[in-house]
Design a protein around this ligand. Structure first.
Ligand SMILES: [Ca+2]
Ligand SMILES: [Ca+2]
Ligand SMILES: [Ca+2]
Length: 289
């Protein structure tokens, strides 16, 4: 619960920052700010635009009908803006009704992005990580492009992702997952001393893709659930790649394998054939997020 609260607090901080301090950041996160001032009186005098005082994408009038707060982007405090919940059919007045049970981020603009294509991929920097959906440990379909363009305080243009290809049969994969979740591995902690903080402070996303089950077969949602139960971490989505798209496109001989995807969903770093996947962790560790 404490970890969830931290993420919640981060969400609040972001919303507050965007709302009160810097209207420029709003453009990236879905609020369609018009030319009226923050304290617009709502009469639309001259511009004809209905007022959206909190710039959450719902007009004050719509919010009055819904019962949501026209001065708060996220009325129920569940991290998801009121307009996003309306779009996705969840209840903006109920914090238990959320777009993702796992509190994963959400990008309302993802449909405007190039979705890429699993049949046209590359393993070099600047190529696109395709859009897809995967079942997480809560049994929900997760759109991987919801992690795109997600602003953090230090990276307003978005948050980078570590893509972790793991398998149930893979002992070292469990070792890494357990270290991320529990911090119980002095060797890994010494090698990559800043990674866990970066993951748990929302400065980088860690996405675990299960690419095989315990018998080298395609994974299922049950594998996601059992993995997350063994290595519980509220910040890490465990995604069952049932279709095995990621290993087909990005697999190498050894796992765990790690690569970096930018907030634009373009590969930021993919280890060369002669490099260890762990090199990715060194780069994230050294990077000043
Ligand atoms: Ca509004
Ligand atoms: Ca609102
Ligand atoms: Ca809600």
């Amino acid at each position: 619960m404490q970890q969830r609260s931290l993420l919640l607090a981060l969400g609040f901080a972001l919303a507050t920052t965007a709302c009160e301090a810097d209207k420029d950041t709003n453009a990236d996160t879905g609020a369609d700010s018009n030319d009226s001032g923050e304290t617009g009186d709502g009469d639309g005098d001259g511009d004809g635009e209905p007022a959206d005082t909190d710039e959450d994408g719902l007009t004050d009038e719509e919010e009055a009908e819904l019962g949501t707060d026209p001065t708060k982007k996220d009325t129920d405090g569940d991290q998801y803006w009121d307009s996003w919940e309306v779009t996705e059919g969840t209840d903006p007045l109920d914090p238990e009704s959320r777009i993702y049970t796992g509190y994963w981020p959400y990008n309302p603009n993802k449909d405007e992005m190039d979705p890429g294509d699993w049949n046209v991929i590359g393993k070099w920097n600047g190529t696109r990580f395709p859009r897809d959906q995967f079942l997480d440990q809560h049994g929900e379909w997760v759109d991987n492009y919801d992690f795109s363009e997600y602003p953090s305080e230090t990276k307003p243009e978005g948050t980078y992702m570590i893509i972790d290809l793991s398998a149930v049969w893979c002992g070292p994969c469990h070792t890494v997952a357990d270290w991320i979740a529990k911090g119980n591995n002095p060797g890994l902690e010494a090698d990559y001393p800043t990674i866990r903080a970066k993951v748990h402070e929302g400065r980088v996303f860690w996405l675990t893709y299960l690419i095989e089950d315990g018998n080298y077969a395609p994974p299922s949602v049950t594998d996601s659930q059992e993995w997350a139960a063994q290595h519980p971490d509220a910040y890490v989505p465990v995604l069952a790649d049932e279709e095995q798209h990621t290993p087909a496109a990005y697999g190498v001989g050894a796992i765990p394998h790690f690569f970096i995807v930018g907030p634009d969903m373009l590969l930021e770093y993919f280890p060369a054939a002669n490099e260890s996947g762990y090199e990715t962790l060194s780069i994230i560790d050294a990077y000043d997020f």
